[in-house]
Design a protein around this ligand. Structure first.
Ligand code: NAD
Length: 371
C-alpha cells in the first residue's frame, strides 16, 4: 500500500497543474495513494460550501496533502478557503523557497532564498468590520501573539540550521506598528539569542523590498508576518523566474500541505497553458518530506534539465524578454510529460544543479502513521 496523500485539485488552472504533478509523481515510482477531495468552487457546486468537512477530515487523517490553488472572491463572497485551511489545521509555517532554475526567466540566476511566513494570524486573522452604518469606515485587526511569533522565528532558525543557510532576516514594520510590530520583533530577538551560531538581522518591510530587487544574493532565510510574507514571497518568486516555478509548503506540528505560491489564474483555466513546474516542485518538496531523497532529486534534476534544454516549456518560459532564446510555447501537459519522461533517466551521478534545499520541519517522517 502506498502513502496516502490528500489531493485538492482546486480552481482555475488547479486541476491541470495538479494533474501534471501526479504524472510526474507517478514517474518517480514512489507509491502514493491519492485521496482526492474537492474544495473551492467545485465544492460549492456539489455541497454548498467551499470547504466541506471531508476536506479537513482527509488532511487530518493523512497528515499530508498536495493542493492546487483555490479562487477567493475579491471584495465580498466567501472567506478565503486557503486562509481557513491554514487556521483550522494550524498550518502555521508557510515556507516558500525561491530558487532560480537554469538561469531561465530571471534577471537573478543566483537566487536561492526562502521566505518563512507566519500563516495563521496577522492581518489575515479575519477579524474585520465596518465601523459605521453607511460603510464609510472599516477596520481589520492585526492579531500578533508572542506564541505564534516565537514559533515562526524558531521554525526559521531550525530551517536555517538544517539547510546550512547563512543568515535569518526578520522583516517587520515595528517603527510604525509599535505594538504588533514590536511584539514580533521582540520574539524574533529572543529566539535569535538561542541560535548564536546563525547570523541574524532585521529589515523594515519597505526597505526589504528595495534590497531584494537590488541585491537578492545578500539574503537567505526571511521570516515575517502573514501579509508581508504573502507579498515578499511573490516578489521572491519573481526574482527566481516567476509564479510558474515557485512551490510552497505549509507546516503544522503534524501536518504538511504542499501548494504553489501562485493562484488559480482564471484567465488560463481549461486551456492547458499554465506552467506546471510550481506544482511539480511541490511534489519534490513532498518527496523530500517523506524521506524519498533520490526521487526528489530526480524530480528536481528533470525539471532543471527540461527548463535548461528549452525544447518543451510553457509560454511564460518561452516568451522573448524572459529568455535568451525564445522558443514556441508548449502546453502544460506536454511539459509535464517531458519532465516525467526524464525522471527515471536523469543521471544522478553528476553533481546536482544547485540548490536542492528547502525541507520540512521534521525532515523525514513516517507518513503512514495513521494508515
Ligand atoms: P495568480 O497567481 O492566479 O496570477 C497572477 C499572474 O501570474 C497572472 O498573470 C497569471 O496568469 C500568472 N500565473 C499564475 N500562475 C501561473 C502558472 N502556473 N503558469 C503561468 N502563469 C501563471 O494571482 P491572482 O490573479 O492575483 O489570483 C487569482 C485567484 O487565485 C484569486 O482568486 C486569488 O485569491 C487566488 N489565489 C489563490 C492562492 C492559493 O490557492 N494559495 C494563492 C494566490 C491567489
Amino acid at each position: 500500500m502506498g502513502t496516502r496523500v490528500t489531493l485538492i485539485p482546486g480552481d482555475g488552472i488547479g486541476p491541470e497543474v495538479t494533474n501534471a504533478a501526479r504524472v510526474v509523481a507517478e514517474a518517480t515510482g514512489v507509491s502514493i495513494d491519492w485521496d482526492v477531495v474537492e474544495a473551492g468552487e467545485a465544492a460549492i457546486q456539489r455541497s454548498g460550501t467551499p470547504l466541506p468537512d471531508e476536506v479537513l477530515d482527509s488532511v487530518r487523517r493523512n497528515r499530508l496533502a498536495l493542493k492546487g490553488p483555490i479562487t477567493t472572491p475579491i471584495g465580498g463572497g466567501f472567506r478565503s478557503v486557503n486562509v481557513a485551511l491554514r487556521q483550522q489545521l494550524d498550518l502555521y509555517a508557510s515556507v516558500r523557497p525561491a530558487r532560480a532554475i537554469a538561469g531561465e526567466g530571471t534577471r537573478f540566476p543566483e537566487t536561492d532564498l526562502v521566505v518563512v511566513r507566519e500563516a495563521t494570524e496577522g492581518l489575515y486573522s479575519g477579524v474585520e468590520h465596518w465601523v459605521d452604518r453607511d460603510h464609510s469606515a472599516a477596520e481589520t485587526v492585526n492579531v500578533i501573539t508572542r506564541k505564534a511569533s516565537d514559533r515562526i522565528a524558531r521554525f526559521a532558525f531550525e530551517l536555517a540550521r538544517r539547510e546550512k543557510r547563512r543568515r535569518v532576516t526578520a522583516v517587520h514594520k515595528a517603527n510604525i506598528m509599535k505594538t504588533t510590530g514590536a511584539l514580533f520583533q521582540q520574539a524574533f530577538r529572543a529566539v535569535a539569542a538561542e541560535y548564536p551560531s546563525i547570523p541574524s538581522d532585521e529589515r523594515l518591510v519597505d526597505n526589504m523590498c528595495m534590497q531584494l530587487v537590488k541585491k537578492p544574493e545578500e539574503y537567505d532565510v526571511i521570516v515575517t508576518t502573514n501579509l508581508f510574507g504573502d507579498i515578499l514571497s511573490d516578489l521572491c518568486a519573481g526574482l527566481a523566474g516567476g509564479l510558474g516555478v515557485a512551490p510552497g509548503a505549509l507546516y503544522g506540528e503534524k501536518i504538511a500541505v504542499f501548494e504553489p505560491v501562485h493562484g488559480s489564474a482564471p484567465k488560463y483555466a481549461g486551456q492547458d497553458k499554465a506552467n506546471p513546474v510550481a506544482e511539480i516542485l511541490c511534489v519534490e518538496l513532498l518527496l523530500r518530506h517523506l524521506g524519498e531523497r533520490e526521487a526528489a532529486d530526480r524530480v528536481w534534476r528533470a525539471v532543471w534539465e527540461t527548463i535548461a534544454e528549452k525544447k518543451v516549456v510553457t509560454y511564460d518560459l518561452a516568451l522573448p524578454g524572459y529568455t535568451q532564446r525564445p522558443v514556441p510555447p508548449s502546453s502544460c501537459s506536454a511539459m509535464a510529460r517531458e519532465i516525467a519522461r526524464k525522471v527515471p533517466i536523469v543521471d544522478l551521478s553528476q553533481p546536482l544543479p544547485r540548490p536542492t534545499r528547502a525541507s520540512g520541519p521534521t525532515g523525514e517522517i513516517d507518513a503512514n502513521l495513521e494508515t
